[in-house]
Write a protein that binds this ligand. Structure first.
Ligand code: SF4
Length: 197
């Protein structure tokens, strides 16, 4: 990957004001992780903590995500990249509007074009509906891998939803185990690393 392209993308995204969310954000939350990863996670958008810190999935749901990742050898520090459909926080944590998603999706497209992940995992309904299929039902279709172009895609529960409905955690964890199997099958550069979080 040409670093210039990646650095340029980050720099430009951080000053984007293409949609109205620019006026209420604290930070643009571009993404976090290793841009050379073969596995990419996509959520819907920053919440309050993410907006303040400028990093996706921090706070309680981020800690849960990090624990689930660590259990299958994945970590934002080493071997995955995490981004969102919209890079600026929708006020009061509402879902990003279709127009906001449309305005922001080109940033995600640019990130994906540079990273070229083999697997994309959508965290929650908004991301799965936008990326996998508009009628995606997380409770019914979670954990199923679907090939789109050269990329395998899978939708699973959003960690914030798991905090609200802890009874869904075993299903989500099973999805992460399936993900690990898939990584072992098709990824050639992803070293799984088991460390405490
Ligand atoms: S949400 Fe996306 S399109 Fe809108 S201002 Fe932020 S970075 Fe730009």
């Amino acid at each position: 990957m040409a670093h210039g392209n990646w650095d340029n993308l980050i720099e430009q995204c951080k000053i984007c004001n293409v949609c109205d969310l620019a006026s209420t954000r604290t930070n643009v939350v571009v993404g976090v992780g290793n841009p050379k990863s073969e596995v990419m996670f996509v959520g819907e958008g920053p919440g309050e903590q993410e907006d303040l810190k400028g990093e996706p999935f921090v706070g309680r749901s981020g800690r849960l995500l990090d624990k689930m990742l660590a259990a299958v050898g994945l970590s934002r520090k080493h071997n995955i990249y995490i981004a969102n459909i919209v890079k600026c926080r929708p006020p009061n944590n509402r879902d990003p509007l279709p127009a906001e998603q449309e305005a922001c999706i080109n940033w995600l497209r640019a990130q994906t074009a540079l990273i070229r992940p083999k697997i994309i995992v959508c965290l929650g309904r908004v991301a799965a509906c936008r990326i996998i299929s508009p009628d995606f039902k997380v409770t019914k279709q979670h954990g199923q891998f679907i090939k789109k172009g050269e990329t395998l895609m899978m939708g699973t529960f959003h960690p914030a939803a798991l905090l609200r409905n802890p009874n869904q955690k075993p299903q989500a964890f099973a999805d992460f185990l399936e993900l690990r199997n898939k990584i072992n099958d098709i990824c050639t550069r992803t070293e799984l690393i088991y460390e405490d979080v």
